[in-house]
Design a binder for this molecule. Structure first.
Ligand code: ADP
Ligand code: MG
Ligand code: MG
Length: 211
């Protein structure tokens, strides 16, 4: 199993940025019927800025690296997703502390703190048809896999599956938060763009671990 160090977080950022670039058009397509067709562009702008900042002056620790990515997302993304993902990563980074490496359990606890930060800032909860519908299942799957003795790579694979299933499960939901909620019942039948990008970010955690 790989060490969860600053280099691991940089590999995650590279994998996440590549996935966002690859899926940018798809994310924007998902944001057309129930939003304002900018989610792909927003995510792309944010992760490009974060990659540039981390590449220019890579922080020493995993916590500081995640926090820097979070600040870049907040500073560069105009849409709702910027402050929400930014808060997730800043909170998670802070929760990781300033050690050079963290354990899988500490990563899980930090992600949970980050996801709770999204819910707090967004005044949202599971079932609202948002990124939380991918993030909560992912953190729960990661936690139960680790609790039952799975290694990091297997636990991250379980988190990825849960996030992808969580994103698909937003299709029949009626949105209660964000732009999609303005559509009321007409938001039903579409997959939430933020839940879809969240699944990409979770999948990148496994890729960075050498899945
Ligand atoms: P905007 O809606 O400002 O254009 P984006 O298109 O980049 O921003 O992001 C939209 C996504 O943000 C939604 O698909 C949803 O997952 C997420 N989102 C919006 N509002 C909230 C909220 N209050 N809580 C959690 N997630 C939210
Ligand atoms: Mg949008
Ligand atoms: Mg917008």
């Amino acid at each position: 199993e790989p060490a969860l160090d600053g280099e691991y977080v940089r590999r995650w950022l590279a994998a996440a940025t590549a996935a966002i670039e690859r899926e940018s058009d798809h994310l924007t397509e998902l944001d057309s019927p129930i939003g304002d067709a900018d989610h792909g562009a927003n995510m792309r702008r944010g992760f490009t800025a974060a990659s540039a900042a981390v590449g220019k002056e890579p922080p020493q620790t995993p916590g500081a690296t995640l926090a820097l990515v979070g600040r870049q997302l907040i500073g560069s993304v105009g849409g709702a997703s910027g402050p929400l993902y930014g808060t997730l990563l800043r909170r998670a980074g802070k929760a990781l502390g300033d050690g050079p490496t963290v354990t899988p359990g500490e990563l899980c606890t930090a992600l949970r703190a980050g996801v709770d930060g999204v819910a707090q800032l967004g005044r949202s909860e599971r079932g609202d048809k948002t990124m939380l519908d991918a993030l909560y299942p992912a953190v729960e799957a990661l936690g139960s896999a680790l609790d039952s003795g799975a290694g990091l790579v297997a636990a991250l694979a379980a988190a990825r599956t849960a996030a992808e299933e969580g994103a698909v499960a937003t299709v029949p939901m009626q949105a209660r938060k964000g732009r999609a909620s303005y559509l009321g019942e007409r938001s039903i039948g579409h997959q939430d763009p933020g839940a879809t990008s969240a699944a990409l970010l979770i999948a990148a955690l496994g890729e960075a671990a050498g899945e």
